[in-house]
Design a protein around this ligand. Structure first.
Ligand SMILES: C=C(O[C@@H]1C=C(C(=O)O)C=C[C@H]1O)C(=O)O
Length: 424
């Protein structure tokens, strides 16, 4: 059964105009406090605000319905876009549930989008608003102190979560499956309301190589690119295999140990294989590196593989749409496990929580079908009911030989990404 809640554009919102900007604004500084939408890396990307249209959808055909809705929506627009680059003209921000059949995925067409790509900046407005007015309206951000932060266990306390890791390792050893990604949540309450703009600014400053995202209150800085499409070109950055950072020579030792770890390499290979197997039918060529590289972040290191391909078919009708591709590759073994069905069932059995949109695809697409989707990791879901609270998520891949205490420490290192943004 599919549930869908839709707000559709009226005649007022049919005119979409992209205007090139003379100056190049700092994208995240433009965002208003409410309804922030973001996909920014190294100062480039897209931010948006306001809602010209919105779709909330769940069910086995959720992504197909969203794709049809977006095609229908964009076909009815009167577009003036002389720039014509990926992300100019009409744009849809998306945050897809980890399990789109059961959870709610959110799609938002902003009233205003500001983009920056290769040093060129533009603004796209819907409904005839003057770009000068919408940019002048963005208020200066005064960082608000959050006061004391109080943390509480989410679904499972650390000891219970370690017991689930142990149970998963036993199932893997028994031969039921090869890998499962188990996550946990952590609740935080501040003295004052959390301001998405503060959080996004701090995430981007500390994690410049990650994609700083925000859609419908889910905010984070993810290092993992699920799928980018530009024309027929596809790319993905697969991560799996993680080590903590250390001080001085210890940091180098930990990096070398990660690169040489048979366990982490095996865990990584499962994630790459899952992406390649799902993408291959859609591609004329698809290339994965023979060896992973190290990706170094402020809080952790990962094994990383950049996979690139060229999509089969030409033209909007001759090739699969971006949301179809996203639906085909998700969930990879980076966030679910191998085999997918057995891992998904074990997650449902052991985790004891609803992932919501955590570990789901998050990003944007335009009316050409170009776009970028990351995996919603290193993130928090701000509460609708209490603006001073949020739910943080972190998970890790469990394989034969995983040790519960080390996996718990890995979740703590991953939580630290968002915690640093909260702590300022
Ligand atoms: C699941 C998460 O991260 C994933 C799991 C990783 C691992 O187990 O080594 C590494 C990167 C991500 O693919 C998370 O950050 O919550």
């Amino acid at each position: 059964m599919t549930a869908a809640a839709v707000t559709s554009p009226g005649a007022r919102t049919r005119a979409v105009t992209t205007t090139v900007l003379d100056g190049v604004p700092a994208l995240l500084d433009l965002l208003p406090a409410a309804g922030a939408l973001s996909w920014v890396r190294r100062g480039e990307g897209l931010v948006g605000w306001g809602e010209a249209a919105r779709l909330e959808v769940s069910g086995p055909r959720a992504l197909a319905e969203a794709a049809a809705w977006w095609a229908d929506h964009s076909a009815g627009l009167d577009v003036d876009d002389t720039l014509d680059v990926p992300g100019s003209g009409p744009v849809l921000f998306a945050s897809i549930a980890f399990d789109p059949a059961a959870g709610t995925s959110v799609f938002v067409v902003p009233e205003v989008v500001v983009g920056r790509r290769d040093g060129v900046a533009w603004v796209t407005t819907t409904g005839g608003a003057d770009p000068a007015d919408v940019l002048a309206a963005s208020p200066a951000l005064v960082p608000a102190p959050l006061g004391r932060l109080r943390y509480a266990d989410g679904a499972l306390d650390p000891a219970s979560w370690c017991a689930t890791v142990d149970a998963a390792v036993q199932r893997i050893t028994a031969g039921d499956l090869a890998k499962v990604v188990l996550a946990r949540d952590l609740l935080v309450t501040a003295d004052a309301p959390l301001d998405p703009r503060d959080l996004l600014g701090r995430l981007a400053a500390r994690f410049p190589g990650c994609w700083t995202f925000a859609v419908d209150g889910l905010l984070g800085a993810t290092p993992e690119l699920l799928l980018r499409r530009t024309g027929r070109e596809l790319s993905s950055r697969v991560l799996a295999g993680t080590a903590p950072r250390g001080a001085g020579a210890e940091d180098d030792r930990l990096a070398a140990a990660l690169l040489g770890s048979a366990k982490d390499r095996a865990e990584h290979a499962l994630a790459v294989d899952s992406l390649v197997a799902a993408l291959e039918p859609y591609c004329t060529t698809l290339t994965a590196p023979a060896e992973p590289e190290l990706l170094t972040l402020a809080n952790v290191r990962h094994l990383a593989s950049d996979v690139t391909g060229v999509q089969r078919g030409t033209g909007a009708r001759g090739r699969a749409g971006l949301l179809e591709l996203v639906g085909a590759v998700h969930p990879t073994a980076a966030v679910c496990g191998t085999p997918t069905d057995a891992a998904a069932a074990l997650i449902g059995e052991l985790e004891g929580m609803d992932r919501g949109r955590y570990a789901g695809p998050v990003g944007w697409l335009d009316a050409r079908g170009d776009g970028e989707f990351g995996l919603a990791l290193r993130c928090a879901q701000l509460s609708d009911d209490d603006p001073a609270t949020a739910r943080l998520f972190a998970g890790c891949g469990i394989v034969a030989g995983s040790e519960p205490a080390a996996e718990l420490a890995e979740t703590q290192a991953k939580f630290a990404a968002f915690q640093a943004a909260l702590e300022g």
